[in-house]
Design a protein around this ligand. Sequence first.
Ligand code: GRF
Length: 189
Amino acid sequence: MNIAVFASGNGSNYEAIAKAINARKIKANLAVLICDKPEAYVIERAKKYNTPTHIIKLKDFNNKEEYEKKIVEILKPLNIDLICLAGYMKICDKTLLEAYPNKIINIHPALLPAFKGAHAIADAYNYGVKVFGVTIHYVSPEIDGGKIISQGVIDYKETDNIEQVEEKIHALEHILYVDTINKLIGGNK
Ligand code: GRF
């Protein structure tokens, strides 16, 4: 089983996956990290785990389609079985979705279908919800709208401030992503 991770930023979810693979808690190969931001901290993390990394910047291409074609060109020879988006701040378009149908998953820091979008934790907190959680879903053309694979909730206390909620959500993400990948790849190696 060959896994690709796509990330644009901090990379704590990338690291949770890389660590689990190193420890054989996920029995798969972390074949590649695709990153669209040269300054992203995830690139530093990937060096620690020797994950082959490709930095692909949209602005180096004429359009999104050519950008995604380049990514597919990198992935194809690696026989990728599963693509895990982990804070990848771009919408997956047709080229990627058609090359990897039902093989691209995303982690979202809210209980979908509530609080879609890039500011889910703050949106949920400011709304005043009392149940917070994480969703892992298949990626479809609709943003944060694909079929749900798994969800989990945090242990929220009324006294938690937003930083505490964020911390609990991220801790849950790291566990749920590893568990979910394992469920999807089954007993395969
Ligand atoms: C996570 O909260 C994830 O749910 C969302 O983006 C964030 C990425 O965090 N899609 P990190 O870069 O993995 O630390």
